[in-house]
Design a protein around this ligand. Structure first.
Ligand code: PEP
Ligand code: MG
Length: 902
């Protein structure tokens, strides 16, 4: 027979702190506190397995549950010496939810259960406090009616309000016993009218009603949304905790509070919390009365405070982590009602982990494991000022999209990249709002505070570029209706005209009207300590994806040990050192594309050469001796030329050719499926002169640096390769140009020639490709796209359905964000093995967006890659994940169960 109920009380518990999965966090905490001798009221926990059964079988309970609940209730009655619903000495219980992962406020609670017309009299008699007894009763009737039956809260609260106004009082605490008694009668009449039934007197009926309501609340909209947002998956449901009620509202020797063993905002080792005299727990949480700081409790109840401080020490030592605790004091006796690992601000996460390691409460390795990638992510971005009123924020919300890059930004909504640049040049802050972005927009994106697009997913152009800059970005905001002609957008019926301010919050993908105050984060010293510890144990190297000297410097600051991907195409649009001269290089690349013969193309390329050379020199210097992987031109050429007539005319005039030639050439470049078209190294096969110019720029820059005593390690990378012979042609072309320059310079310069692996064919034939390539870099954005047959730019429209647990729930995460280990990962593993079978020292890395995703980085460690490459702001995340990978591997070895590679 399955066990669905676990008892705790009178110093004994059937469960323990390890059983969170089936007892939920609260149940496991109560069991553990009971075991270690802390004062916990008696009770029992109904497991999450029972909830799972209930939800899967059309709200029926497991057959053995009734008997188990009844036996545990009897045991509780024995331990407490009281009986549920008794007319002489009634037991009252609370019925609370509790899931394995904390979901604060998302599910239901019923207090004071067991009260009825008879037991309330007994409670009044026994406590000699009629007012207290009827206050408890009205709270119960109110909670039961709303939570279990689903009557609207407002209707009951109206009755309370009108009672107080009849009595001419403001506070609940001023309502006399008779007032509460009358209110109970009113509530019950309301109940009868609304449901056609009497309010249940039978405590058993009350109990089962409450159990069902708590289970059902697991699937309430807010709970489901919370799990989605917090990426909580794989749980069975909520447990139900039935526990003897203790009362913090019996007078001034009683009270209730919430406290943390350390300050959850700063991480300081200070006992921190709120306390209310003569109150029930819900009063603290609901904010009906303003609580006093915990320090105040030390003055009002010195003995109990001392006891609570002792409990604080015991719990923190026992759990070896910061705890968030709820307690109640009933007539001078302390009861612990909950303990759980406390949620904390990102800064506090680092401070607490490092302090606890220094205090020897945990090891350095444990401290590392305490930090999650989100803690790092959240540390770096500006944030909406927490003091900004919540209600006002809700009022200003106009839409929600996909949260591509967290942080917040405010600025004037601008709908074209050009105008964004013009506004920014005037010193205005802008948010670039586009249906989607393309490389042409890179200038406008660069100057914008944040980027908002109506389409696209997390690896769309906008998201990738914004992430590289650590710039707040929301994509796939489908509710936006952008009208470029009228320079305006509408979202959920609200109109925003160009220039009007908006604020975007990339953590949740929210768009607000107007300017909302933002605050800058500061990096705490503990962050640097912890990252040093991570670097000491990781095996994987961490590089960065960077295209400019500025990004390279930023990435070095973030701890990058080289560049794993320098996308050269961005350089054709933006002069990052001299932005005012960007048009020169734009014109040169457009001229090159429009050229209809070798000679004209050569002339245009000659103009581009010095720009690229200067960019590479800057990058080599910024990376000062670290390896730099430079990828040759990758995007389809149509992305570089204008598609609107007016712009084509403008371009034709600048180059001195007629507009029809421009239009014809643009038309020739049109492809039905450009991502599978004439792009990547295929461009260099067709136009070897592009390759020649780019290799020349790279090697000449390297020679120049070397002459200036700057060490350089260039790695020239060909994108989208699919064949050994194809790569051989490119490699020979590369070496011919490079070797000649080096020879002429009369110096020794080492460089590597390698390839991206971003097509299934390249992965399958990796042993052949490794005959030519000196290194592989997995381009997992394209590899995911081509292995899964999912468009990286469009899949955002339906992929959320594949991840949503309420819909299909096919993937546990977006495969463009977290590597599809089962499919794409298998192919990568194959490619690594094949590649190294040909060339045992083959250097292997990853430069797709997955290089900055923790779970994917851990996979890269397991399959034996040499490095991962992430956008600058994700470098610390990759460093930490690489350390976690080592620790997890150690743990698996210790347990003797090596994990499957993929
Ligand atoms: C990739 O495809 O993973 C990659 C890094 O290249 P890009 O994103 O520039 O196509
Ligand atoms: Mg690619």
């Amino acid at each position: 027979m399955s066990k669905f109920v676990y008892f705790f009380g009178a110093g004994k518990a059937e469960g323990n702190g390890e059983m969170k999965d089936i007892l939920g966090g609260k149940g496991a905490g109560l069991a553990e506190m009971t075991r270690i001798g802390l004062p916990v009221p008696g009770g029992f926990t109904i497991t999450t397995e029972a909830c799972d059964y209930f939800l899967k079988r059309d709200r029926r309970y497991p057959p053995e549950l009734a008997a188990q609940v009844s036996a545990n209730l009897k045991r509780l009655e024995r331990v407490t010496g009281k009986k549920l619903g008794d007319a002489r000495d009634p037991l009252l219980v609370s019925v609370r939810s509790g899931s394995a992962r904390s979901m604060p406020g998302m599910m239901e609670t019923i207090l004071n259960l067991g009260l009825n017309e008879k037991s309330v009299e007994a409670l009044a008699r026994n406590t000699k406090n009629e007012r207290f007894a009827y206050d408890a009763y009205r709270r119960f009737v109110q909670m039961y009616s709303t939570v279990v039956i689903g009557l609207p809260k407002e209707e009951l609260e109206d009755k309370l309000r009108s009672l107080k106004s009849r009595l001419g009082i403001k506070l609940d605490t001023e309502v006399p016993a008779d007032g509460w008694r009358g209110l109970v009668t009113e509530y019950k009449a309301h109940f009868r009218k609304a449901t056609g039934k009497d309010f249940p007197e039978d405590p058993n009926e009350q109990l089962w009603g409450a159990i069902g309501a708590v289970f059902t609340s697991w699937m309430a909209e807010k709970a489901v949304t919370y799990r989605r947002v917090e990426k909580i998956t794989g749980l069975l449901g909520t447990a139900v905790n039935v526990m003897q009620m203790v009362f913090g509202n019996t007078g001034d020797a009683s009270g209730t509070g919430v406290c943390f063993t350390r300050d959850p905002s700063s991480g300081e080792k200070e006992f921190y919390g709120d306390f209310l005299l003569n109150a029930q727990g819900e009063d603290v949480v609901a904010g009906i009365r303003t609580p006093m700081p915990l320090k105040e409790m030390a003055k009002r109840m010195p003995r109990v405070y001392k006891q609570l401080e002792r409990v604080r020490g015991i719990l923190e030592r026992h759990y070896r982590d910061m705890q968030d605790m709820e307690f109640t004091v009933e007539e001078g006796t302390l009861y612990m009602l909950q303990t759980r690992v406390g949620k904390r601000a990102p800064t506090a996460s680092f401070k607490i982990a490092v302090d606890m390691a220094n205090e020897k409460l945990i090891s350095k390795n444990e401290a590392l494991l305490r930090i999650k990638s989100e803690d790092i992510e959240r540390l770096f971005y500006p944030v909406i000022d927490a003091s900004f009123p919540r209600a006002e924020l809700d009022k200003r919300k106009i839409a929600q999209g996909i949260n591509a890059v967290p942080g917040a930004a405010s600025g004037a909504a601008i709908f074209t990249a050009e105008e964004a640049e013009a506004w920014a040049a005037r010193g205005e802050k802008v948010i670039l709002v586009r249906r989607e972005t393309s490389p042409e927009d890179v200038g406008g994106m660069f100057v914008a505070q944040g980027i908002l697009t109506a389409t696209g997913g997390k690896t769309s152009h906008a998201a990738v570029v914004a992430r590289g800059w650590g710039k707040c970005c929301i994509v796939g905001c489908e509710k936006l209706d952008i009208d470029y002609d009228r320079k305006q957008m509408t979202a959920n019926g609200r109109l925003i005209k160009q220039g009007q301010w908006i604020t975007i919050e990339g953590g949740d993908g929210l768009v607000f009207e107007g300017k909302i105050p933002l605050v800058d984060p500061t990096l705490p010293p503990a962050y640097f300590t912890l990252m040093k510890w991570a670097d000491q144990i990781r095996r994987l190297r961490v590089r960065t994806n960077a295209d400019t000297p500025q990004d390279s410097r930023k990435a070095r600051e973030m701890g990058a040990e080289g560049i794993g991907l320098c996308r050269t195409e961005h350089m054709f649009f933006k002069d990052f050192e001299h932005p005012e001269r960007s048009h020169e290089r734009q014109l040169a690349i457009q001229e090159m594309i429009l050229a209809d013969n070798h000679e004209a193309r050569g002339k245009a390329l000659a103009k581009l050469l010095p720009f690229q050379r200067r960019d590479f020199t800057g990058i080599f210097k910024a990376m000062d001796g670290c390896p730099v992987t430079i990828r040759l031109l990758d995007p389809p050429l149509h992305e570089f030329v204008p598609h609107e007539r007016a712009k084509q005319e403008e371009l034709a005039k600048k180059i001195g050719i007629d507009v029809e030639t421009v239009a014809r050439r643009v038309e020739q470049l049109r492809e039905a499926n450009p991502m599978l078209g004439h792009r990547g190294c295929r461009l260099s096969i067709t136009y070897p002169e592009i390759l020649e110019m780019q290799v020349r720029a790279i090697i000449e820059a390297a020679v120049e640096c070397q002459k200036q005593k700057v060490k350089v390690l260039p790695e020239i990378m060909h994108p989208l390769t699919l064949d050994r012979r194809e790569l051989r042609i490119l490699e020979q072309g590369t070496r011919r140009v490079a070797d000649e320059i080096i020879k002429r310079a009369g110096i020794k310069l080492d460089y590597l020639v390698g390839t991206m692996i971003e097509l299934p064919r390249a992965a399958l034939l990796a042993d052949q490709i490794a005959e030519v390539a000196e290194f592989f870099s997995f381009g997992t954005n394209d590899l995911t796209q081509t292995v899964m047959g999912l468009s990286r730019d469009d899949a955002g429209r339906f992929l959320p359905d594949y991840v949503d647990e309420k819909k299909a729930g096919i993937f546990s995460a977006d495969p463009f964000q977290s590597l599809d280990v089962a499919g794409v990962g298998m192919l990568m593993k194959w490619a690594i093995e094949k590649g190294r079978s040909t060339r045992s020292k083959l250097k292997i890395g990853i430069c797709g967006e997955h290089g900055g995703d923790s779970e994917s980085v851990k996979f890269c460690h397991r399959v034996g890659m040499d490095y991962v490459s992430a956008s600058p702001y994700r470098v610390p995340i990759a460093r930490l994940a690489a350390a976690h990978a080592v620790l997890e591997e150690k743990e698996e070895k210790r347990r003797g169960a090596p994990r499957r590679m993929g």
